[in-house]
Design a protein around this ligand. Structure first.
Ligand code: KG4
Ligand code: ZN
Length: 342
């Protein structure tokens, strides 16, 4: 049995986990920075990097202590090497390099998006390749075909905002606080999803790409009109977002008719309405549906350690660089209007 230490620091969670090849999360710690960033209504990169630097070392020691395991017993150290906020990524990667060098343990540099992409396999051993993946987080919104570890074909991406970003901006407009996704989901529980007419950008387009900027502007107009209850706007936004996602997926799935499993991962996959809609979509397509438990959807180190397990045998050089951008599918064509997000 193999054991990997995982380190995640690419955004606003400092996380460390020990995972074994039998899919046990032996120990893990997560320190959220929500309180540090809440006054600013979003993640401030400099504050994030400093918080990672302060918290990471004691957390690594803590996780090893919780498990009663010495670093030298680990088969590899897996750390997020990008994409993400570069200051934070560097803190995690440099720490992993130092530990790898000191204990002569292989270093595995993990793409954070691959961590999300493989997380369903940590949660459920029966998830086999290939699968169709909806990856929805704060920075990314993609539909991918996953044929194996390192084998990703991107079929769709967003031409402006990521889905998590749209939830966060909606929360900000509605004054629901930070982080936005869970706050919108909570508010939506009390609202009527048909109360506010909102657009479904890209729906009907033959390409499976996403766009959420127009939806966000419509949320702002609805809010400023003073005509609607906050909960109704939240519920109507969430429904519009879900309608966009299922419509876009229908287009992409038509290009993957040999794939029988639909998987969702990333922070927004924690949303119950999103999960329910995807489950129904899978039923309609005669596909199996899988979503990791919510705690494995939002950023965590268990998924990074698991990606390390999937990549055991790999050993990256200690001078490997942190990468602010690192697309899962480097061959994917740039999309009209797409920003610089990998
Ligand atoms: O994967 P993640 O933790 O970090 C990134 O890699 O970006 O995703 C964070 C995103 C945020 O935009 C957050 O608002 C969103 O996921 N999110 C949710 C929910 N929980 C987190 N969005 C909708 N509903 C949720 N329950
Ligand atoms: Zn993430």
């Amino acid at each position: 049995m193999a054991l990997v230490l995982g380190i995640e620091s690419s955004c606003d969670e400092t996380a460390v986990a020990l995972v074994d090849s039998e899919r046990h999360i032996v120990a893990q710690r997560i320190a959220s920075q929500d309180e540090d960033h809440a006054p600013f209504g979003g993640v401030v990169p400099e504050i994030a990097a400093r918080a990672h630097a302060e918290r990471l070392a004691p957390m690594i020691a803590g996780v090893l202590e919780d498990a009663g395991i010495a670093l030298s017993e680990c088969d590899a150290i897996a750390a997020t090497a990008g994409p993400g906020l570069i200051g934070g990524v560097m803190v995690g990667l440099v720490s992993a390099k130092a530990l790898a060098m000191a204990t002569d343990t292989p270093l595995i540099a993990i793409n954070h998006l691959e961590g999300h992409a493989l997380s369903p396999r940590l949660a459920d051993e029966s998830i086999a390749f290939p699968y169709a993946l909806l990856l929805v987080s704060g920075g990314h919104c993609q539909i991918l075909r996953v044929d194996g570890v390192g084998e990703y074909r991107r079929l769709a991406t967003t031409i402006d905002d990521a889905l998590g970003e749209a939830f966060d901006k909606t929360a900000k407009i509605l004054g629901l606080g930070f982080p936005g996704g869970p706050a919108v989901e909570r508010a939506a529980l009390e609202g009527d999803a048909r109360a506010v007419p909102l657009p479904r950008p890209m729906v009907g387009s033959g390409e499976p790409h996403f766009s959420f900027a127009g939806l966000k502007s419509a949320v702002l107009r609805a809010h400023e009109s003073g005509q609607y209850e906050t909960a109704d706007i939240a519920a109507s936004f969430q429904q519009a977002a879900v309608d966009c996602v299922t419509d876009r997926l229908r287009i992409a799935l038509a290009e993957m008719d040999d794939v029988d499993t639909l998987v969702v991962a990333g922070g927004v996959a924690a949303n119950a309405t999103v999960r329910a809609a995807l489950e129904q979509l899978a039923v309609d397509h005669d596909m199996r549906f899988a979503a990791p438990p919510p705690k494995l959807c939002t950023d965590n180190a268990a998924m990074i350690a698991w990606a390390g397990i999937e990549r055991l045998g790999q050993s990256d050089p200690l001078d490997i660089s942190a990468r602010p951008r690192w697309p899962l599918d480097p061959e994917a064509e740039p999309v009209r209007g797409a920003g610089v997000k990998a």
